[in-house]
Ligand binder design. Structure first.
Ligand code: DAK
Length: 261
């Protein structure tokens, strides 16, 4: 499938890269781009060989500098609500993709861009990246999950500060606050993302899927129910060939070869 506003490519077997491709507007998300992200995400899910998805922005300035302000400028309340609902659906579907999804943040990561990055499983960033939820400067609220995912990642007080002042924080500060896992020099970022992806490709796909699902579902449950969910996932993993292979490989002191069943 061809996309107007993104590029989806398989970099190496099992490793897919989704690039938001509107560098002339710092990869701002218009409605067509949100639709492209959804279609690309669905394409990756249908591909049985897909093991990891990396998400980044085209060019050297921005990951995504937010929702497209030009397009939003004249939206009615109902259009704004519908855009928000669609964005929330698309970002949630990205978040629940049953393979690891890593945000590779290579510059400004603001508003809808920060919300897109937070819908990925974790974030790595270049030294020139800036994070923020500056919607208050435009007279609007975050609309793609920022008020909900940000406090889960960095806590209430820091979320209040970012959303109420519109302040941008550097990649290093974002790392200190727990929003970003690792910060790299800009020229190294994609290589580091690839190294991580190559490591993940060697793991058992069913174990990865069950682990991700358990973390996502469990974080909104009480601890007893969340632990019960974990024990079911743990038990289920013992029904796979991958579990037999992984443990046999350890005992035989060799590398495991997983087949995802
Ligand atoms: N939308 C549209 N165009 C954008 C853009 C954006 N978010 N961000 C940058 N651009 C465009 C600029 O207009 C400029 O285009 P030209 O003038 O060259 O045609 C080009 O990208 C380069 O930008 P600058 O010239 O401004 O570059 P600088 O390096 O000087 O500054 C900047 C970079 C990222 C600090 C600055 O561009 C900036 O402040 N951008 C806006 C950042 C921002 O406020 N982002 C949050 C957007 S609000 C909702 C759903 C979702 C959301 C809200 C509601 N519902 C539907 C209700 C989410 C909202 C947001 O994300």
């Amino acid at each position: 499938m061809n996309f107007a506003n993104i590029i989806l490519e398989e970099l190496e077997p099992g490793i897919f890269l989704l690039t938001i491709n509107r560098p002339e507007v710092y990869n701002a998300l218009n409605q067509a781009t949100v639709a492209d992200i959804k279609n690309a995400r669905d394409q990756v899910e249908k591909n049985p060989d897909a093991r990891v998805l990396l998400v980044t922005g085209a060019g050297s300035k921005a990951f995504v500098a937010g929702a497209d302000i030009k397009e939003m400028h004249n939206m009615s309340g109902i259009q704004g609500r519908d855009f928000s609902l669609e964005g929330l659906r698309v970002f949630r579907s990205l978040e629940t993709l049953p393979i690891p999804v890593i945000a590779v943040v290579n510059g400004y990561c603001l508003g809808g861009g920060c919300e897109l990055a937070m819908s990925c499983d974790w974030i790595i960033a270049s030294e020139n990246a800036y994070f923020g939820q500056p919607e208050v400067n435009l007279g609007i609220t975050p609309g793609f999950g920022g008020t909900q995912r940000l406090p889960r990642l960095i806590g209430r007080g820091r979320t209040m500060e970012l959303t109420m002042t519109g302040r941008q924080i550097s990649a290093e500060e974002a790392k200190e606050w727990g929003l970003v896992n690792h910060v790299y020099a800009q020229g190294e970022l994609m290589q580091k993302a690839l190294e991580t992806a190559r490591n993940i490709v060697k793991k058992g796909p069913v174990a990865l899927e069950l682990t991700k699902d358990t973390i996502l579902r469990g974080q909104d449950m009480d601890l007893d129910n969340a632990c019960a969910l974990e024990s079911k996932a743990f038990g289920l993993s013992f029904s796979t060939d991958d579990q037999k292979e992984g443990m046999a490989a350890f005992l035989e002191k060799r590398a495991a070869v997983f087949h995802g069943k």
